[in-house]
Design a protein around this ligand. Structure first.
Ligand code: CP
Ligand code: NVA
Length: 309
């Protein structure tokens, strides 16, 4: 049976602009309490979360596990060697078994079809913790970071420079419902999925540009956003891509070209010397660790919404 998208968190534009704002506001409210040291809000008491990882992770694993724990719950890490998704056991069986033990499932998988299949068979909410296609919790956290830094989202110009990958697809799906000015600057042949670009344009609320010239693209940018040139599952292509992508390196010259108020975002992990320089990551305009911290707060808000707390 097909799942109801709003019971899960798989794509940002499964939710309306109002619902996304509700999550961003909740994230800010719960962040305030957590940062102040207040541990009295424990809506997940007595609840458990199963976390499936078919790929490595630092931020996603630790932020979900810590966030769920801070709000009173218990999270269980299931790494690649534990369940061997789809090989040791069918995804539809894993989904139904975990639904019998756990209140919520979070999964990081290769194929996007696998997260859809998990949701189709689950009787509890499923959260997408990254697929080869998208990374919605990351971009919700990025929106929270922009909101904190700029005081607004509307009309903000975000210029992503690099591979047209899962991060870009989530930006496009945010742009389908939230009015922003989004530019993806990538080498020719590394554009994001064209159906996803179309979908964002059809949303009719944002300006969407695909560019191949980084110096042209970053003009007037409020944020320049970086990600690895070879994603998980493509690491054997890293060397071959390096030459082709080097003109798109986010370095001090590119940041300066964008202007003095432009900030630097990166989902991390960063490969210094490839998509960005050490200088840029360490600069005062870099907000990458605030961004990483906000993973936890944005995800807490997602879990609170899905669990009706
Ligand atoms: N940004 C992000 O998702 O990091 P991890 O791969 O470490 O979880
Ligand atoms: N595009 C990267 C994001 C890592 C958080 C990857 O998929 O490996």
């Amino acid at each position: 049976a097909a799942h109801n998208p709003k019971e899960h968190f798989i794509h940002l534009d499964d939710f309306t602009k109002e619902e996304l704002w509700e999550m961003l506001n909740r994230a800010q409210e719960v962040k305030k309490a957590i940062v102040s040291g207040d541990r009295s809000f424990t809506p997940f008491k007595g609840k458990t979360m199963a976390m499936i990882f078919s790929k490595p992770s630092l931020r996603t694993r630790v932020s979900f596990e810590t966030g769920f724990h801070l709000l009173g719950g218990h999270a269980i890490y299931l790494g690649p060697d534990t369940i061997d998704l789809g090989k040791r056991e069918a995804i539809k069986d894993i989904s139904r078994v975990l639904s019998r033990y756990n209140d919520i499932i979070m999964a990081r998988v290769f194929s996007h079809d696998h997260i859809i299949e998990l949701a189709d068979y689950a009787s509890v909410p499923v959260i997408n913790g990254l697929t080869d296609y998208n990374h919605p919790v990351q971009i919700l956290a990025d929106a929270l970071t922009i909101l904190e830094c700029s005081g607004k989202l509307e009309g903000i110009k975000v210029v992503y420079v690099g591979d047209g990958n899962n991060i870009v697809h989530s930006w496009l799906r945010l742009a389908a419902v939230m009015p922003i000015d989004f530019v993806c600057c990538c080498p020719e042949g590394f554009e994001p999925d064209s159906a996803t670009v179309e979908r964002a344009r059809e949303g009719g609320v944002s300006s969407i540009t695909i560019s191949h010239d980084p110096y042209e693209a970053v003009k007037g940018a409020d944020y320049i956003y970086g990600d690895v040139w070879a994603s998980m599952g493509q690491k054997e292509e890293a060397e071959a891509r390096e030459k082709l992508f080097m003109p798109l390196q986010i370095n001090s010259a590119l940041m300066e070209h964008a202007g003095p108020d432009c900030r630097f975002l990166h989902c991390l992990p960063a490969e210094r010397g490839r998509e960005c320089t050490d200088e840029v990551v360490e600069a005062p305009y870099s907000v990458v660790f605030q961004q990483a911290e906000n993973r936890m707060h944005a995800q807490n808000a997602v879990m609170l919404k899905l669990l009706g707390c």
